[in-house]
Write a protein of this length. Sequence first.
Length: 450
Amino acid sequence: MVETSRPKRGKGRPRNADGAAQSLGTILNLVRTGAAHTRQELERESELGRAIVADRLATLSEIKLVDESALAEASGGRAPRLVQFNANRARILVATLDQTALGVGIADISGRLITEHHEAMDLSAAPSATAERLGTLFEWLLAKDEHSAPLWGLGISVPGPVQLSPGDDFLQATPTFLPAWEGFPLVEQLARRFGVPVWMRSSVETMAMGELHAGAGTGINEMLFIKVGKRIGASFVFDGKLYRGAQGAAGLIGHLPRAAGGRTASLDVLAGSDMIARDGLAAAQAGTSPALADILNRGGEITAIEVGQAAQVGDPVSMEIMSRSGHLIGQLVATLANMLNPSLIVLSGSIAQTNDILLAAVREAVYGESHPLVTRDLRISASRMGSSAGLVGAAKVVSEALFDPSFLREWVTHGAPTAMPRLSAALDRMGKTAIGAPASPPAAAAPPGA
């Protein structure tokens, strides 16, 4: 559902559109972030007069972004009215594209994930089929949303780093994120199909954002997030904000060289899930690991997950493989910890989240090779968010972008980001590359298993 109507002009609405937009944005973000809860607090925090605050709140109430129906606790006199952010005013769609899985979700405009769905998917398959499936799942989520709120934005998490053009507050073309998808207009198709601005970030960034806002990193200002999989990546949260680097490529630690077993190669090659699976298969074929050999003899496939599970039940060879990977990762993470001095290190990815041996090896290396001041209060833990982390993080990316002061000032006087003229112009420039019907969900959307 896309909103295109502009709120009617009220009697007290100022004619200076720029000034109105700025003060509207200031008031809204004070309420949204919890910095102010009553009109009196808004006047104090915004340094705006009572009449201006009252007028701006009337406007924000008119476009259903704030609510003043509840009362705060009285402190000796009449109880003041609470000014609350209406997070259910609109919806955000989010997706995670992984090498072997697709996740979709719907969130409110505070970034809180409401519904999620995950299914197996081969990202090396034809992009058009994946994009069509993604659109179908999005429409299914919108159709089952009980609030039937309009859609205001869409966030996508992808495996590779995402380079953003300077000054772009939302994407107007699909950036390169995987060689197999180069030239495919994913952003253009989704933007045209749903009529909303689209944002994209790497999976390690969105997972770090999810951990920061809803996981172990809640309330943490300095956090180092490590994703362990086929590729090993990192994200660093500094002063409560994600550091992306000049080109959005910060944290590509899997490309750094390491030495092990008499050879030098990248961390991805020496410690990633492909190495774990390869060494596990070799052990199964040689018969040095009875547990893995049994899986192979029964026609099973040896992956990093099987090696990790065998290690958890005490298979010595599998334990050695996982420990070796963990030590290599931990030695590099120790270098980062000495440089960045985080208060929390979170390991994510299915291998790290389900294997105590790898986590213990990382801890041993970090605590053993870092300065005592660095490790004095340092916590190292595995993420407990699982596949939800990327969806939560993608929702937070969109929420923060929607309410960024400069972007908010542009759309708030129109009542919705989907009503601002610049978005309409951008959608027109993207061309007629939509992969289906417009934004409104169908009367009977296809279920996930269709």
